[in-house]
Design a protein. Structure first.
Length: 82
């Protein structure tokens, strides 16, 4: 997993709420709920609340990266050195 992706999650705990994922990825809460219901991202529902394991979301984002075969240094420059 590249350094920029790790830095994106700095300060977050082991689990994330829908509002946290929404803010982290810059998308609407409804979009996060859609991803959860469609199985795009892995989540767990307890009562009426969803939570997402941070490591599961990191892995999903890393697997979906279209930047393969580059070094971490090249990825960091593309992300503006996050």
């Amino acid at each position: 997993m590249d350094k920029a992706l790790e830095q994106l999650f700095d300060g977050y705990g082991r689990t994330l709420s829908v509002p946290e994922v929404s803010m982290l990825l810059g998308m609407s809460k409804q979009g996060v709920y859609h991803w959860l219901h469609s199985g795009t991202i892995k989540g767990h529902k307890v009562g009426s609340s969803w939570f997402i394991l941070t490591e599961d979301l990191k892995s999903h984002l890393d697997n979906g990266s279209n930047i393969r075969g580059t070094t971490n240094q090249n990825v960091e420059s593309l992300w503006g050195g996050l």
